[in-house]
Design a protein around this ligand. Structure first.
Ligand SMILES: *[C@@H]1O[C@H](CO)[C@@H](O)[C@H](O)[C@H]1NC(C)=O
Ligand SMILES: *[C@@H]1O[C@H](CO)[C@@H](O)[C@H](O)[C@H]1NC(C)=O
Ligand SMILES: *[C@@H]1O[C@H](CO)[C@@H](O)[C@H](O)[C@H]1NC(C)=O
Ligand SMILES: *[C@@H]1O[C@H](CO)[C@@H](O)[C@H](O)[C@H]1NC(C)=O
Ligand SMILES: *[C@@H]1O[C@H](CO)[C@@H](O)[C@H](O)[C@H]1NC(C)=O
Ligand SMILES: *[C@@H]1O[C@H](CO)[C@@H](O)[C@H](O)[C@H]1NC(C)=O
Ligand SMILES: *[C@@H]1O[C@H](CO)[C@@H](O)[C@H](O)[C@H]1NC(C)=O
Ligand SMILES: *[C@@H]1O[C@H](CO)[C@@H](O)[C@H](O)[C@H]1NC(C)=O
Ligand SMILES: *[C@@H]1O[C@H](CO)[C@@H](O)[C@H](O)[C@H]1NC(C)=O
Length: 888
């Protein structure tokens, strides 16, 4: 029987295809329509319809008690919500048939966060960690007919404060400019929900992931784990199954079978008879091994390097306690090897070079060293219940994929994302650097805290580890460097904090992760010196050491368009610059004219940097000419901030890519992919999904083949060729065109022979520029001519800051739109009569996307595609399109 007919069979047997147990799973979600949920505050002055999955802010917004939480200053104006006590009460009917089962379990996939749970007025448990699954045996409390399930949520802010009084650990609070709440480190909740430098505080409560009652007689499969290992010509696959029974069922007797579909429409099957008693908590683990010939498996590759082949894995448990019951789980798994290579760099570079000092730090996938291109992922919404929205996740991950990203770091102040998120990463080839959820803080280590952390780590590693996209685990975000750098005045108690750090990330978390998931590296922190930090007792003298591990690098004071300011690193896991979101995005937050100024109360409120907008302004002023008296100052400030950010990240990213010779630098993940609100931030994609110039630029600066120039300190231009393909580039030509700012015809051209090995970067030539006496009149354009390489974008170099460029002319721009044959696509033809800098197209009032944007225009005519879901004619679209560009 092939996989497809099993699915068919199951869909007939099981009422709901995604069920774990066939026949008897009762969903408590509001969408089920069989449960009436009510949300009330403590004194019951508010009583509205509740949602599961859901949360207090989104429910109050839906029922009109509060406005759109992301408008104006509503983050602060709605803060009272976080101080009240809220109850979610659900009423539902249970049938006599349901209660004929020996076991009924209430399964809560996510409760945010501190709740006391009663069923028909009987206490059944309490929760204190939004990242774990809670399971309660409830058969004895259920009754035929109507039942009432009640969750009473304590204020997370008050809970954190009360714990801090008892178990204080630094810091005292976030900076005042965040308008945040203190002591997020005391509560196992999304750390960013108490505010961050890029986001507002919304200390939510609610049942944020699905809730169900499962009725069964014997046992269910709760989780599965897979371990794959390549052994010569076979793949070894170990599947570990986690079964759970009820309190009154102490033995599991049944048959476990594992089916794996492979290439050529074949299915492997292995079965095992079980007759075992359970552990104290009613759980049982069972392993099934398989050896699969490598001939029938296609390896999984990251985006840009090959296919993302996934295989169906189905596990059935058949038991015959009373009736025959079938419990099953389905997963899509991939076969690939991944290794984080940390070896003596002297072996590669020689011990008399700077590069030879320290350890390498790079990922080998299926045996090949791969430079990790990507970004950092923050939660897709500040309200966790909305963060599961599939459309948003799809849009963001597709955007990452389309910009040639192969890795995202799921940052430690957010959440362990939904199963859907990781499944899409598997499908899109986006590797995940998964932080555990501890960020920019010291953490308590009292026994209650460590107990809940233990559950949290076990649950999430088991839940996520079968995804081929997960590449590496990291214990925390910036906590090693925060302690070493005395960010929170911890120096006087350094030894105490250090031993607590080790207790949490090394003694508690490390063995759990390595025990469950021996196939992946656990890094204690990000950034860290990797193995060297471990040798140095976990708090290195300099966790930012460029010769080891990963680094986070921010420098807002130096000239960010100049590659020479960036220190080399083995792996850049964070770096970035702020910019402002577009007017279109800002309109979703405010329409008040007085807000549309850099120094308005609104703008100040949204900017959490203690330095305000001064860093952005300084970066703009270094390179661009922006007159304070300009009547369109604010619009231009936004636009220039995006140019400035895009150019800075371009310079830094290309610097890292140029440095990949001999695997010196092997990763560039800039901060940050996405946003949680309409505010100045480091993101490349605005809240709501609109791409900033940065994300368009990423499509080019992450291109698999790129000619990349570097203006050196001496004033010459080094020309690199970067090749992220498995085949070398040989007998190629790099074309350098020199343009005068005032004309579209190059005033001179040069050609250089070029070649570079596979998965490599190499300097090809140097162009002498330092002695040119007309540097402000020209700029350089680079392109590649090579057999078999059709997608190397143009690259550009501006010899002097653009504000000093001479001869830029006011362009005439003509835009004509034509409908394309393909559905929803338009072709936009652009004609210009002179060089145009950062030509930026917008079609504000309709939802759609330009294929490319922020053009450096050096051709009189070119086309760009526009895709939209709206019904619109070519003529209408033509009228709607507006544009901006840089001119001084
Ligand atoms: C009930 O609680 C709300 C919110 O905390 C508060 O604004 C209101 O004054 C209270 N009402 C009464 C009658 O106590
Ligand atoms: C439960 O069943 C009773 C009787 O049929 C009905 O009146 C009541 O509305 C039901 N409750 C819910 C929550 O569906
Ligand atoms: C898989 O192959 C290994 C040898 O590589 C062997 O020891 C093991 O028993 C095999 N397992 C199964 C389930 O066939
Ligand atoms: C388990 O498998 C054995 C051998 O194939 C069979 O005799 C038995 O009936 C099965 N039990 C169940 C519960 O399916
Ligand atoms: C450097 O390498 C040389 C030659 O391999 C070796 O003799 C020497 O001991 C090395 N020095 C250090 C400090 O590792
Ligand atoms: C601002 O106006 C636009 C256009 O009328 C509207 O779509 C948007 O919702 C408004 N924004 C706010 C915050 O009210
Ligand atoms: C801005 O905030 C200040 C201080 O809170 C206040 O005095 C002033 O009236 C506000 N300005 C506007 C335009 O709302
Ligand atoms: C801007 O306007 C002010 C007042 O009108 C004037 O004093 C100042 O010189 C102007 N600045 C520039 C750069 O034009
Ligand atoms: C650039 O063009 C301007 C205007 O035609 C001309 O004056 C200038 O000499 C040119 N510069 C170079 C380097 O060709």
């Amino acid at each position: 029987m092939n996989m497809y007919s099993y699915k068919l069979l199951l869909s007939i047997i099981c009422v709901n295809f995604n069920n774990i147990v066939c026949l008897s799973k009762f969903s408590l979600d509001s969408s089920n329509g069989k449960v009436i949920w009510t949300l009330e505050n403590k004194n019951r002055s508010i009583s509205v319809q509740g949602s599961v999955p859901g949360g207090v802010y989104s429910d109050l917004q839906k029922s009109g008690v509060i406005d759109d939480v992301l408008q104006g200053s509503n983050d602060v104006l709605t803060r009272w919500v976080a101080y009240d006590t809220w109850t979610y009460t659900g009423k539902f009917n249970v049938s006599g048939e349901n209660l004929e089962h020996a076991v009924a379990q209430l399964v809560l996939e996510g409760v945010d966060t501190v709740a006391y749970i009663e069923l028909n007025s009987i206490p059944i448990g309490s929760t204190d960690n939004m990242f774990v699954r809670y399971v309660y045996d409830v058969r004895q409390y259920l009754q035929i007919g109507e039942n009432e399930l009640k969750f009473t949520f304590e204020s997370p802010v008050k809970f954190a404060k009360a714990r801090s009084d008892k178990y204080f650990t630094a810091p005292d609070c976030v900076p005042a400019v965040y308008n945040g709440e203190c002591h997020a480190n005391q509560i196992r909740k999304m750390q960013a929900s108490f505010s961050w430098d890029w986001g507002p505080a919304f200390p939510s409560v609610g049942i944020w992931r699905p809730a169900t009652i499962e009725f069964f007689n014997a046992a269910v499969i709760r989780s599965l784990m897979t371990y794959t290992e390549k052994r010569d010509t076979t793949w070894f696959l170990k599947t570990k199954v986690y079964l759970q029974t009820g309190e009154n069922v102490r033995r599991v007797k049944g048959n476990l079978s594992v089916y794996l579909s492979v290439d050529g429409h074949q299915t492997f099957k292995v079965a095992k008879q079980l007759d075992v008693s359970t552990k104290d908590d009613g759980t049982v683990e069972a392993d099934i091994d398989m050896n699969i010939s490598a001939n029938v498996i296609t390896e999984w590759w990251p985006n840009g390097y090959g296919e993302q082949k996934l295989y169906n894995l189905l596990i059935f448990l058949r038991t015959e306690e009373k009736d025959r019951e079938i419990s099953y789980k389905h997963a899509k798994i991939g076969f690939r090897t991944i290794e984080l290579v940390e070896e003596d760099a002297a072996l590669i570079f020689g011990n008399d070079t700077r590069a030879g000092h320290g350890l390498t730090f790079y990922f080998k996938v299926n045996g090949y060293p791969i430079f990790m291109k990507g970004s950092n992922w923050i939660p897709s919404n500040i309200l966790p219940e909305i963060g599961e929205n599939r459309k948003t996740i799809d849009n963001l991950l597709t955007a990452a994929h389309d910009a040639h990203m192969g890795m995202l770091r799921v940052w430690g102040g957010g959440i362990y994302e939904s199963d859907y998120f990781y499944r899409r990463c598997d499908e899109l080839g986006i590797l995940i650097w998964q932080d555990f959820l501890f960020a920019c803080s010291m953490y308590p280590v009292d026994s209650k805290f460590l107990t809940t952390i233990t559950n949290e780590i076990e649950h999430n590693v088991i839940r996520l580890q079968h995804h081929p996209s997960i590449a590496v685990w990291a214990g925390n975000n910036e906590n090693e460097v925060a302690l070493r750098g005395n960010w929170y005045n911890t120096n006087s108690e350094f030894e105490k904090y250090k031993s607590e750090y080790i207790k949490l990330y090394v003694d508690t978390i490390k063995p759990i992760v390595e025990g469950i998931d021996p196939g992946r590296r656990y890094l204690v922190s990000s950034p860290s010196n990797g193995r060297k930090s471990e040798e140095d007792g976990y708090i290195a003298q300099n966790p930012y050491d460029p010769n080891y591990g990963d680094t986070h690098y921010y420098n807002y004071l130096a000239d960010s368009w100049d590659s020479n300011i960036y220190p080399k690193t083995r792996f850049a896991s964070e770096y970035g610059f702020q910019s402002l979101p577009s007017i279109a995005t800002m309109r979703t937050a405010t329409n008040k004219t007085e807000d549309y100024h850099v120094d308005s109360n609104y703008s100040k409120h949204r900017q959490h940097s203690p330095a305000g907008y001064s860093f952005i302004e300084a970066q703009i002023n270094r390179r661009l000419n922006l007159d304070k008296n300009d009547t369109k100052y604010f619009e231009k400030f936004i636009f220039y901030s995006q140019i400035s950010q895009a150019m800075a990240i371009k310079a830094e990213t290309e610097f890292y890519r140029q440095s990949q010779t001999n695997w010196y630098t092997m990763g560039a993940l800039y901060w940050q992919l996405n946003d949680v609100w309409q505010a100045p931030s480091w993101s490349g994609i605005e809240f709501g999904g609109k791409w900033k110039m940065l994300h368009y630029f990423a499509k080019s600066f992450f291109a698999p083949v790129l000619v990349s120039p570097r203006l050196t300190k001496t004033g010459d231009v080094d020309i690199y060729l970067i090749n992220d393909r498995f085949v070398p580039i040989i007998e190629a030509k790099i074309i350098l065109d020199i343009f005068n700012w005032s004309t579209l015809t190059p005033i001179a051209s040069k050609s250089y022979p070029a070649d570079v090995g596979p998965l490599n970067a190499r300097k090809q030539a140097s162009y002498t520029l330092w002695n040119a006496d007309n540097k402000e009149e020209i700029f350089l354009r680079f392109s590649l001519k090579a057999e078999g390489v059709d997608c190397s974008p143009y690259n550009y170099l501006f010899p002097v800051p653009l504000k000093s460029a001479k001869g830029l002319k006011n362009p005439n721009i003509n835009i004509a739109v034509q409908k394309m044959d393909e559905h929803n696509k338009f072709e936009i033809k652009i004609n210009v009569d002179t060089v145009v800098l950062f030509l930026w197209l917008e079609a504000e009032s309709i939802d759609g996307k330009f294929e490319n944007n922020g053009f450096i225009v050096t051709e009189a005519s070119f086309n760009v595609e526009f895709t939209t879901q709206s019904t619109i004619s070519a003529k209408q679209l033509e009228k709607l399109i507006t544009y901006q560009y840089y001119l001084h």
